[in-house]
Structures are given as C-alpha cells and as structure tokens.
Write a protein that binds this ligand. Structure first.
Ligand SMILES: Nc1ncnc2c1ncn2[C@@H]1O[C@H](COP(=O)(O)OP(=O)(O)OP(=O)(O)O)[C@@H](O)[C@H]1O
Length: 566
C-alpha cells in the first residue's frame, strides 16, 4: 500500500493543483472532507461510515500520511502468544482500522481522480483556447506583415509620386519663369504700343487741326469764289475752270474727311483693342499671381507631405521593430498585440489620410496646370492681339503719311490756285469805300442825290456815279463798297491778300483819301467786335493761321513796324 501511495502523494497533488488553480484562475469548489466518513464527523453532507459486519464502526481519524504510517507501524502489545482471543480482537480491531484507512484512501483517490479529470478538462480547454489564441496571433501577425508590405509599397508609390510632383513643380516653375519673361516682353511691347498710340493720337489731333485749317481755307476759298463771280464776269471762263478745281478740291476734301473719319474709327478701335489687351494682360498677371501663390501652397503641402512621409517611415520602422519585438513576445502577451493592432489601424488611418492629401494635391496640381495652360493661351492671345495692333498701327501710320502727303499736295495746289486767282484779279487793285454821311440833320437825302451806283451787269459792284454841279461823273474800281458795307464785308476782300502774305508772297495794303474820309476807321476801326478794322482782323487771321500751320512744321517769324506818312 505504501508503494502504491507514494507516486500519488495527495500533498504533492494539492500543491500542484494549487499552482494550476492560481495559474488558470481556477476557483476551487467546496472542499469535501474525505476523512468525514472515517471520522464519522458532523457536516451537513457527511454520510455515515459503512459498518463492518453489521457492527457499529469505531471512530478512526486520519489526518494524513503520519496517521497511516503510524497505523502500519503499529505492533501488537500486551497480549501473550496464547491469548488468541485477545490477539484476534486486536487483529480485528487493526483490520477495521486498516479498512477504514483503505476506504479513506479510496475516497481520497476518487476525489483526486475526479479533480484530476476536471483539471484535465480545464487543461484541454485551456490548450484549445491557447491554440485558438495562437492561431489568432499568427493571423494577426500575417495581417501585420501584409500591412507592412502594403505600407512599404505605398511608401514607394508615394516616393514616386513625390518625385513626379517635384518634376512637375520644376516644370511649372520653368513655365512660370518663361511666362514671366514673356509678360515682361509683352509689358515692354505694351509700353512701346502706348507710346505709338500717343504718337498716333497726337498725329490724329494734328491731322484734325490740319483738316480744320483746310476747311477754313476751303471756306475762304468758297467765299472768295463767290466774290470772284461777282467781281469779274470777264473771268467767268476762268472761274468755271476754278470752280472745277474747287470741286476737285472739295472732292479731295471729302475724301480726306472720309479718310479722317476712318482714321478716327481705326484710332477708336485701336484704343479699344489696347484697352482689352491691357485688361487681358492685367487678368493674366492676376492669374499668374494666383498661380504663384498656389505653387507656394503646393510647395508647402509637398513639404508637409514629405515630413509626414518621413514621419510615417519612422513610424513604420518603429512599428517594424515593435512588430519584431511583438513577434517574440506574442506568445506571452496579447495586450501588445491589441496595442499593435490599434497602432496599425492608426497608421492605416494616417496612410489613408496621406493618400487623400496626395489625391487632393494631385487635383490641385491638375487645376494649377490647367490654369497655367489657360494663362499660356491668354498670353498667346495677347501677343496675337499685340501683333494685330502693331499691324494696324503700321497701316494707320502709312495712311497718315499718305494723308499728310495729300494735305501737303492739296495745300500746294491751294496756294498756287489762290495766287493764280489773285494774279488774275490783278496784282494792283483799287477799292473804293464810301463813307456814310455822318449824323447830321442837314445831310438827309444828300447822299442819294450825289452818289449813285450803276446797276448794269458790267459795272455792278465796281462802279460809282457822282453828281457834281448837275454833271454826272462815273468812276470804275476793282470793287466799290457802298455806305452800307460793314467792316466784315471789307475784310472779306482783304483776307485773301493776307492769306497770300501767309503763303509767302509780298503784299501791301494801304488806305488813301482826304481827311475824314474814313481811312483810320477802315484800317483800324473802333472798339467793339463788329467795328474792328482791317489791321486787327488781319493780325487775328495771321496768328490764327500761323498757329494752325505750326503743327505741320511751319515756322513764322513776325515783325511789326509802325509809321505815319503825312
Ligand atoms: N464807313 C464808316 N461808317 C461810319 N462812320 C465812319 C465811316 N468811315 C468814317 N467814319 C467816321 O468818320 C469820321 C472820320 O473818319 P476817320 O477819322 O477815319 O477819317 P480819316 O480819313 O482817318 O481822317 P484823317 O485823315 O484826318 O485822319 C470818324 O468819326 C469815323 O468814325
């Protein structure tokens, strides 16, 4: 019995079981007192010990191995060899105790076996749980390895996209520099164009002044023509020729007017084109400024992405190291696995957010590229508009030069015709102006009785008849101004001579007559707008015409000498 009990010592089992229970978190069931049957002790669940051969069993207590050893080592005492009855009773008592001991041991073994079965079940379930946990850990490890591989691939693709973005950024910077140079050249061209426009505007102004002067001249020519028709009927043939010349001049004038109108229209359209070009250039500059800001933002974003990528790589390295550590410690701790899983999830979130950032940056880059293309198209359109404007300006300059040439030619022709007409009228002409009778009551009616004007076609406007002592004296002049002729009527005739002087011919006008006949009044006039005489009106015409001709390049030097011949 001793040999069979030694390998299954209940004390050792209890200690081991205690360890297992502590390790597995096992809660001990209510402990059964295996000695209760032997002791026949109290307890609610205690059963009465089986009686031996129907007699009541004595109470034997076994508290442990010592009691068993004591029982086994017990010797018969006190009885003699022949006291069989005593020895038999002692032996039967011993046998009862041995049986009680065996029952105690059997019950103890049954309890141990049941507990052993229970512990085996627990161990099996723990082993299954451990195996399942190991499978989960190995799956998580595989997932982490796959995630690590995917992260590495994603990092490689991120690096590739970053390199591509760097190359695109360099291209964008180069195109920006190129566009900036083109913009500077366009601005320089715009300045030149502005100068040209100012010059053309100045030329157009000068041209309009010339046209106005030509119109004035033409007006005077028309007036002169009308006076010429009245003056000399003998020169009607020449007048008709001159009329043709004048109509030709008028046609030229109308052509010049039309050319001037076209030039004005062209000037306006060119101004509009220049304004639109300037506005498009401003728009292009604004777009370039926005693009520059966006490129700076993209640079900052790229820098941020690069830093995030470095941080991600560092995190990845850290995670890889942690993963290696975790692989070693996976069997020991499941908390690290959860932590790593959380970190991996966070890393995946970071990666997905970085991916979204990269996609956003790529979209922004695409938009910026589109804007750059749009800016290129705008710059090309501006350059095309500038070339068109240049051609228009060149065409306008040619037309202006042609118009100036036509004006100079027309002016030459006008001078020639004007002085031809004056020569035809006579280089020396004598006009007669009749002073009205001064306000005198006695003079009423005397004028009509003394002075009369012939109404014949031949002498109309040129003759005067005077009655002297009943005798009629007829006089004939180049022109006769009656008493009703105003200062302006007289100057209309004189202005043609003033124009000849302005054209470079020598002219002399002087008044002759007796005292009080009206010389001073005719030459100088009186204060008042309508009372001005020939001299102030001539000076006005001279200064006005010289100022208008200065724009054509003429320069006038004037001197005045005043003298009185008695
Ligand atoms: N066409 C005219 N209409 C109105 N008043 C006139 C006209 N001509 C001359 N008179 C007047 O006659 C007066 C004399 O004219 P004025 O002094 O011009 O003569 P004069 O020839 O210059 O004389 P003198 O030789 O003495 O200088 C002035 O009061 C002037 O205002």
């Amino acid at each position: 019995m001793a040999s069979s009990l030694t390998p299954r010592s209940p004390y050792q089992k209890k200690e081991n079981l205690g360890n297992v229970r502590r390790g597995m978190g096992y809660s001990a069931p209510p402990r059964r007192n295996v000695l209760s049957a032997i002791n026949n002790g109290g307890g609610a669940n205690a059963e009465p010990a089986p009686s031996e051969a129907g007699s009541e069993a004595p109470a034997f207590e076994f508290s442990g191995r010592e009691d068993v050893d004591r029982l086994l080592n017990e010797k018969m005492k006190g009885k003699s060899k022949n006291d069989y009855k005593g020895r038999t009773e002692q032996m039967s008592e011993y046998i009862k105790r041995l049986r009680a001991c065996i029952r105690w041991l059997v019950e103890l073994e049954d309890g141990y076996l049941a507990e052993q079965e229970k512990l085996r079940g627990q161990i099996d379930s723990d082993n299954a749980r451990h195996a399942e946990f190991e499978a989960q850990l190995s799956g998580a490890l595989e997932e982490l390895k796959a995630a690590n591989l995917e992260m590495t691939t994603r990092c490689d693709s991120l690096e590739e996209s970053l390199n591509k973005e760097k190359a695109d950024r360099l291209l964008a910077v180069e195109s920006y520099e190129k566009e900036r140079e083109e913009r500077e050249s366009a601005e320089a061209s715009r300045d030149v164009l502005t100068v040209d426009l100012e010059r053309v505007t100045h030329e157009a102004k000068r041209f309009s002044e010339q046209l106005k002067m030509v119109q004035d001249t033409n007006k005077r020519l028309q007036e002169y023509n009308s006076s010429l028709q009245q003056y000399n009927s003998n020169l009607q043939a020449d007048t008709s020729k001159n009329g043709e010349i004048i109509s030709k001049l008028q046609r030229e004038k109308s052509a010049m007017m039309e050319a001037m109108t076209n030039l004005k229209d062209l000037n306006n359209s060119m101004k509009n084109q220049l304004d639109s070009s300037m506005s498009s250039q401003k728009e292009a500059i604004r777009v370039k400024e926005e693009l520059r800001k966006e490129v700076e933002c993209l640079r900052a974003d790229l820098q941020q992405v690069r830093e995030d990528r470095d941080q991600s790589v560092a995190q990845l390295n850290t995670l890889t190291a942690e993963l290696a550590t975790y692989s070693e410690q996976a069997k020991k701790s499941s908390k690290d696995s959860e932590l790593l899983r959380i970190k991996a999830a966070a890393f995946e979130e970071t990666c997905s957010s970085q991916q979204e950032q990269i996609e956003t940056l790529q979209k922004q880059l695409a938009v910026a590229t589109e804007k750059l293309k749009h800016a290129d198209v705008t710059a090309i359109e501006a350059m095309t508009g500038y070339e068109t404007q240049k051609e228009t300006i060149k065409d306008l300059e040619e037309r202006l030069a042609y118009a100036e040439f036509q004006i100079i030619e027309a002016d030459k022709l006008r001078k020639k015709l004007h002085n031809t007409i004056l020569e035809l009228k006579g280089n020396i002409r004598v006009f007669c102006r009749v002073r009205p009778f001064l306000s005198d009551a006695n003079s009423n009616g005397q004028e009509e009785a003394i002075i009369s004007y012939p109404s014949s076609v031949e002498n109309a406007g040129r003759g005067i008849d005077l009655m002297n002592q009943g005798q009629k004296c007829s006089f004939s002049y180049d022109k006769v101004f009656d008493h009703s002729a105003s200062q302006d009527d007289v100057f209309v005739e004189m202005s043609q001579l003033v124009q000849s002087a302005l054209d470079g011919y020598k002219v002399c006008i002087f008044a002759y007559g007796q005292t009080g006949s009206g010389k001073t009044y005719t030459m100088m006039g009186k204060p008042g707008r309508d009372q001005k005489g020939i001299i102030p009106r001539s000076l006005e015409q001279i200064f006005k015409t010289s100022q208008s001709l200065e724009s054509q390049g003429w320069k006038y030097c004037m001197q005045v000498n005043a003298g009185n011949i008695q």
